[in-house]
Design a protein around this ligand. Structure first.
Ligand SMILES: *Cc1c(COP(=O)(O)O)cnc(C)c1O
Length: 383
């Protein structure tokens, strides 16, 4: 509310621009509001970033140069980044690896950051590590979500030993769960999708990057082109939904969290292992339930779908999704296609058949959705 007032948000900022989109006040002011809200020096928010993966690519390609090292310190990054980095995929497709960017990874130790591991990579490398990359939420892994305080500790550790190293955070699903973001603790870039928490269920599509002046400028050159950065880009009438989405985001995220707490309690009572537990502190909106068998995983997803306001009549099936190594089953009966701040569930078809569940625009609809998932699991035969 303070940021909206200080930046004098008014009706005229919602007017669409076309062509180059020069002097789009709504777009430019929204970037500044985002920077303020995220505790960052700068930010850009764009409806034409197609998803979180592209937003992350913009950040990584913006900062990394041939010969540089990308060091992931929370284990393997999100599935869709594997091809971007060049961990999987074909040589010649234009991954970071194709451009000579090296990649190393450090696993979490007992769910936390392995500082000795980072220290030894810093010692082994001749040049400073260019990017330390950390994923806040668990993604499709059975691991803990990192808190903002833990990421802040990482930032201080890295900056003390190597002030030039950029700390980049995959912030997907974390926004507005805590009162601060990693940028409040000095992260150089936080990156995410607008059809998750920070779009508040209002943004039609898009992504954001926020962080230090320098990192955001370099990323903006990758968004458009060198020298042009954030000064162009027609908003085409999207500004209003992005403003409204940011306005709603803390509230919508709170509803998703309440739904997740209830789901954790219910499925634990039903005998499933859940992470996090109902009474744990949270740093993202994801609730995982270990279903144990492919049948139960599919039953959970069918129940979520049947309990949705849109497309309740369709049956989700496991499928080969672009960018994912295993087949994935996804349930999303959403107003905005694939939006996962809306009630949605997905899981890769691999043991132990964990379903990752998130969202719920309102607590009331979220509750109906998880009751439907629970019923569907009870109805599905045990094998
Ligand atoms: C959703 C997500 C992404 C990006 O996924 P998109 O489907 O491309 O938006 C990246 N990392 C994590 C941890 C995510 O949850």
């Amino acid at each position: 509310m303070d940021a909206f007032r200080e930046h004098r948000v008014s009706d005229s900022m919602f007017i669409p621009t076309s062509g180059y989109g020069y002097d789009d006040r709504g777009r430019d002011e929204l970037d500044r509001i985002w920077a303020d809200v995220m505790g960052a020096q700068a930010a850009f928010v764009r409806h034409n970033i197609v998803n979180g993966t592209q937003a992350l690519s913009i950040g990584l390609f913006g900062l990394l140069r041939p010969g540089d090292l990308l060091l992931s310190v929370a284990g393997k990054p999100y599935d869709t980044l594997e091809q971007v980095i060049g961990i999987t995929g074909q040589a010649g497709d234009g991954s970071l690896k194709d451009f000579g960017v090296r990649y190393r990874q450090i696993e979490l130790q007992n769910g936390g950051i392995d500082y000795e591991g980072i220290e030894s990579v810093f010692r082994e490398e001749k040049a400073p590590v260019k990017v330390v990359f950390v994923q806040r939420s668990k993604g499709y892994l059975n691991r803990r979500t990192l808190t903002v305080a833990e990421i802040g500790e990482l930032v201080r550790f890295v900056k003390k030993r190597s002030p030039k190293t950029y700390v980049v955070v995959d912030n997907c699903y974390g926004e507005f769960v805590e009162t601060e973001e990693p940028t409040h603790h000095g992260a150089d870039l936080i990156i995410g999708s607008l059809i998750k928490n920070p779009g508040g269920g209002m943004a039609e599509t898009g992504g954001y990057l926020a962080g230090s002046e320098e990192a955001v400028r370099l990323a903006s050159y990758r968004l458009t082109t060198v020298g042009v950065g954030c000064e162009v880009g027609a908003s085409l009438g999207m500004n209003k939904s992005l403003y409204k989405g940011l306005f709603y985001a803390p509230h919508t995220t709170a509803n998703a969290l309440k739904t997740a707490h209830l789901a954790a309690y219910m499925f634990a009572k039903m005998g499933y292992d859940v992470e996090p537990s109902w009474d744990a502190e949270r740093s993202d909106i994801i609730q995982s339930v270990i279903c144990g068998t492919p049948e139960k995983l599919c039953a959970f997803c069918r129940g979520i779908q049947a309990g949705s306001p849109v497309d309740a009549f369709v049956t989700p099936e496991p499928w080969d999704m672009p960018g994912y190594a295993d087949q994935v089953i996804m349930a999303a009966g959403t107003f905005t296609q694939g939006s996962s701040i809306e009630l949605s569930a997905d899981g890769p078809m691999r043991s132990p058949y964990t379903v990752y569940f998130q969202g719920g625009l309102t607590y009331e609809s979220g509750k109906i959705g998880i009751m439907s998932a629970a019923q569907s699991m009870l109805d599905s035969p045990s094998v």
